[in-house]
Design a protein around this ligand. Structure first.
Ligand code: NAP
Length: 443
C-alpha cells in the first residue's frame, strides 16, 4: 500500500493512497470515536454523540479511556477502559483526546497517528509544548490532526482563517482575551470595587474558576492558547518558554479605577504583532483603551481582534469555553477530520509554520504609584522617568494628590526601561510602583 511505507518530511501525501490505508467509513456504518478522557469535556462529548450524524452517518463511542473508572459518575452505555490497547482494539475511526496535560496525551496521540487514526484534541498544553512534533508526525502519516477546541472553543474560527491564505497573510497583529476566569475576575473588581480574593471567590462559586485556578491567574492557560493562535494565525511555531507572561494576581481595584481615569481598563490579554522586524508577543494584564475592541468584553466573554496591514480590525467575540461549547466544536472537528480522510488533507496541517524567535514588544505602560508619603511632583516624576528613557504621554492627578500624579501612561518603551524607572521612583519617593503594558486603541 502506498501509505504503508515510511515517508520523508515534506513529502506530498497522495490523497487516494491515504484513503486506502485508512478506509473511508461506509455510508451505512456507524463512525466510532475513541475517546481519551471522560471528564468534563469527555462527558459532554459523550452526551452529544447520539444527536450527531455527519453525512447521515451515526456516531458512536467505541470506548472511553480513563484513569480510574470509579473516580466519578460515568455516562451510561459507554465502554470504559483504562488501557489504550483496549481503545485501539475497538477499531476507532477517530481519536478525540481530552485528557489534558502533556503526558500521557503526547504518547497516546503519537501512537494513534502511527496507526493512521485521525486526531481531534482540545488540549492546548499538549499543542503548546508538543505541537511541532505532533503536526510533523501527522503530516508524515497523512492523517488529520484538528484542534479548533483547544483555544476559544466557543469561537470556532481558527481553522477557517488558517485555510484562507490571502486573508491570513494580510494580518499583522492580533489581541485577544482568551481566558474567561481572569476576565471575570478583573471585570468584577472593576465593576464592584471588590479586591482580587473576593472576585476570585465569586468566580469559584459561580463555576467560572477551577478549585485550583493557578494556571488561569498566573497566565499559563492564556500563554498556551497564545502559542496555538500564533501557529494558526502567523503561522509561527514558538516555544512557550520564550514568551513573556504575567499573571493578574498583582492587579488591584485601585489600578482598575486609575485605568478608568486614563480612559481605559485593564484586561487579561494575549497580544502578538509580526512583520519585517520579527515576531513580538506577550500574555498578561494590560491597559486597554476604551476604543479598543477588547475593552467592552466583560465577564467570561472571550474575543480575538485581528488587524490587517491596512489597519482594519475584525473582532471575533463570544462565550468563553465550557464543556458544552467545547464538545460542540470537537464534534465539528470530528466531522471535518473524517471528511478530510476521504476528501483532502486539511490545508492547516500541510502548512509549515516558521520557527521564529519571539521578542517582548516595546509598548506603552500604565504606571501606578501607591505610598503613604506625598508623591513627587509632576516635573520630578517626569525627570525620574526621563532619566531612564521613559516618557509620559498622559497623567492623572487625583483629588487629594497634593503633589504629583498617582498614575500615568507612557510612550512605548522596553520592559527593562520601565523597570529601571519604577526602581528610581520607588527609591526617590518611598512608594510602590506597578506597571502594566498598554495596548494602543488600534492594536
Ligand atoms: N473544561 C473545559 O471547559 C475545557 C474547555 C476547552 C478545552 N478544555 C481542554 O480539554 C481537556 C480536558 O479537560 P476536562 O476539563 O475535561 O478535564 P478533566 O475533567 O480533568 O478530565 C480529564 C479526563 O482524562 C482522564 N485522564 C487524565 N489523565 C489520565 C491518564 N493518565 N490516563 C487515563 N485517563 C486520564 C481523566 O480520568 P478520570 O475520569 O479517571 O479522572 C478524566 O476522565 C484539557 O486539555 C482542557 O484544557 C477544557
Amino acid at each position: 500500500l502506498p501509505c504503508a511505507r515510511a515517508r520523508t518530511e515534506g513529502e506530498t501525501v497522495p490523497v487516494d493512497s491515504c484513503a486506502l490505508v485508512h478506509p473511508a467509513p461506509s455510508a451505512a456504518a456507524a463512525l466510532r470515536i475513541g475517546l481519551l478522557g471522560l471528564g468534563q469535556v469527555g462527558a459532554a462529548v459523550a452526551a452529544r454523540v447520539p444527536a450527531l450524524a455527519p453525512g447521515g452517518r451515526r456516531l458512536t463511542i467505541a470506548a472511553a479511556l480513563v484513569r480510574d473508572p470509579a473516580s466519578r459518575q460515568r455516562p451510561e452505555g459507554i465502554p470504559i477502559v483504562t488501557r489504550i490497547d483496549d481503545v485501539f482494539a475497538r477499531r476507532p475511526d477517530v481519536i478525540v483526546e481530552v485528557l489534558g496535560g502533556v503526558e500521557p496525551a503526547r504518547t497516546l496521540v503519537l501512537e494513534a497517528i502511527a496507526r493512521r487514526i485521525p486526531i481531534v484534541t482540545a488540549n492546548k498544553s499538549l499543542l503548546a509544548h508538543c505541537g511541532d512534533e505532533l503536526l510533523a508526525a501527522a503530516r508524515l502519516a497523512g492523517v488529520p490532526l484538528r484542534c479548533e477546541a483547544s483555544v476559544v472553543a466557543g469561537l470556532p474560527f481558527l481553522s477557517s482563517i488558517a485555510r484562507r491564505h490571502a486573508f491570513r497573510s494580510s494580518l499583522v497583529s492580533f489581541s485577544g482575551i482568551v481566558n474567561g476566569t481572569t476576565n471575570f475576575v478583573l471585570s468584577r473588581m472593576e465593576g464592584t470595587g471588590a479586591d482580587y480574593d473576593a472576585a476570585l471567590d465569586e468566580a469559584r462559586r459561580r463555576g467560572f474558576a477551577e478549585p485550583d485556578p493557578t494556571s488561569d491567574v498566573q497566565g499559563i492557560d492564556a500563554l498556551e492558547k497564545l502559542v496555538v493562535l500564533l501557529r494558526h494565525l502567523v503561522p509561527a511555531s514558538v516555544d512557550p518558554r520564550a514568551i513573556e507572561v504575567d499573571g493578574i494576581v498583582a492587579v488591584t481595584a485601585d489600578d482598575l479605577r486609575r485605568a478608568r481615569g486614563l480612559g481605559g481598563t485593564i484586561k487579561p490579554v494575549v497580544h502578538a504583532a509580526w512583520g519585517a522586524g520579527g515576531l513580538e508577543a506577550f500574555a498578561g494584564p494590560a491597559f486597554v483603551p476604551r476604543e479598543h475592541p477588547l475593552a467592552r468584553l466583560e465577564g467570561v466573554t472571550n474575543g480575538v481582534a485581528l488587524r490587517d496591514r491596512s489597519g482594519h480590525s475584525l473582532l471575533f467575540a463570544g462565550p468563553g469555553a465550557g464543556p458544552d461549547v467545547t464538545a460542540a466544536t470537537i464534534l465539528d472537528d470530528v466531522a471535518a477530520a473524517l471528511d478530510a480522510v476521504t476528501e483532502r488533507p486539511v490545508e492547516a496541517e500541510r502548512r509549515e509554520a516558521s520557527h521564529g524567535r519571539v521578542a517582548a514588544p516595546a509598548t506603552g505602560w500604565l504606571i501606578t504609584l501607591d505610598g503613604s508619603r506625598p508623591l513627587p511632583s509632576g516635573p520630578e516624576v517626569a525627570d525620574l522617568l526621563g532619566s531612564c528613557g521613559v516618557w509620559i504621554e498622559r497623567a492623572v492627578y487625583e483629588r487629594g494628590d497634593t503633589a504629583g500624579p498617582a498614575s500615568f501612561l507612557t510612550y512605548a518603551c522596553s520592559r527593562d526601561r520601565v523597570q529601571a524607572a519604577m526602581r528610581a521612583i520607588e527609591a526617590a519617593a518611598c512608594c510602590r510602583a506597578s506597571a502594566w503594558r498598554a495596548l494602543r486603541g488600534d492594536a
